[in-house]
Design a protein around this ligand. Structure first.
Ligand code: AMP
Ligand code: MG
Length: 294
């Protein structure tokens, strides 16, 4: 994944403002209801309250079975995703942006590695956002993000994103409240611009428990093959667990929209997380219903 080879566009891109939820095209009513239902376990509904503390990070709603059974369906989901991606790429008009957020060790890297195993690297653009560089920080907070959004036909994967600018920035007091508070509205406007240009945005919060995070951070400390992932700041961030939960809760509530919904995926079990994220993405692409140009 990474730098892409841009394909010539077949038709001009956008405006593509889809009906609510991106539902369009030839899907029948029953099919639409079924698809919405499948991702509904995790969806944050606009206007409804959200309490992350009440969602069991170790739960597995909707899973096809236990760990073994759920893991056994993953290869077929990888194939399904790759087939949908082939159509999106061939169509060359629209794109899917997948935003992954979560606390340290929530499993963002692992999700990308497992869920996107079968995708075409040419048609994929993955980027991890770190603390802004001086150059990035000298622009508005969306500047660096917009530059990495997927081109027509691509799936874009964000490991962290502009949501750090309302979460990490808030918890670490890197900006005044008036500044980060205004960003919810700016983010919603930005994601509308993406939709207008043909990009469907799907945002996934990987929800882990403090106990599971501790176990994973300890494992990173102990194992040489994992130690490189551990930053001293991870332990400091952990001390602000409750503040992060509140910041995420507010961000998810304020920015889960019809065109760019949030999904909260219980992520203590990696096997469940991989299955749930795969399902959400397959549902989103199925709703987009990309076609081979004919
Ligand atoms: P990691 O993803 O574990 O490599 O860590 C990256 C770090 O960069 C995390 O602590 C993020 O919170 C931080 N980060 C990413 N984007 C921003 C941002 N816009 N402002 C402040 N911190 C950020
Ligand atoms: Mg980290």
């Amino acid at each position: 994944m990474g730098l892409c080879q841009l394909k010539p566009r077949r038709r001009s891109r956008g405006p593509h403002l889809a009906p609510p939820d991106g539902l369009s095209g030839p899907l029948g009513r029953g099919q639409v209801r079924r698809l919405m239902g499948e991702s509904d376990h995790w969806r944050v509904h606009p206007g409804k309250d959200l309490h992350l503390g009440q969602i069991d990070a170790g739960s597995a709603p909707g899973a096809p079975g236990d760990r073994i059974a759920t893991e056994s369906v993953l290869p077929s989901l990888q194939t399904e995703l790759s087939e949908l991606q082939a159509r999106l790429w061939a169509e060359g008009r629209r794109s899917l942006l997948v935003v992954l957020q979560g606390l340290d060790a929530a499993g963002k890297d692992g999700t990308i590695k497992h869920v996107f195993l079968g995708v075409n690297p040419l048609a994929t653009r993955a980027v991890a956002f770190k603390e802004p560089t001086p150059d990035e920080a000298s622009h508005d907070f969306l500047w660096r993000v917009h530059a990495h959004c997927p081109a027509a036909g691509q799936i874009g994967i964000f490991n962290r994103s502009h949501y750090e600018d309302v979460v990490a920035v808030r918890v670490n007091r890197l900006a005044e409240p008036e500044v980060w508070q205004q960003r919810y509205g700016l983010i919603n406007a930005f994601e509308s611009i993406l939709a207008h240009g043909g990009t469907t945005t799907i945002k996934i919060y990987l929800h882990i428990s403090p106990e599971e995070q501790l176990r994973r951070l300890d494992e990173r400390r102990e194992r040489p093959d994992k130690r490189w992932k551990l930053r001293p700041a991870d332990w400091d961030d952990r001390k602000h667990w409750d503040e992060y939960q509140v910041a995420y809760q507010d961000a998810l509530k304020r920015t889960s929209t019809q065109i760019a919904p949030w999904y909260v995926v219980p992520a203590d079990h990696k096997w469940y997380r991989n299955w749930a994220v795969s399902r959400i993405l397959i549902d989103a692409l199925t709703r987009m219903d990309p076609h081979y140009p004919g």
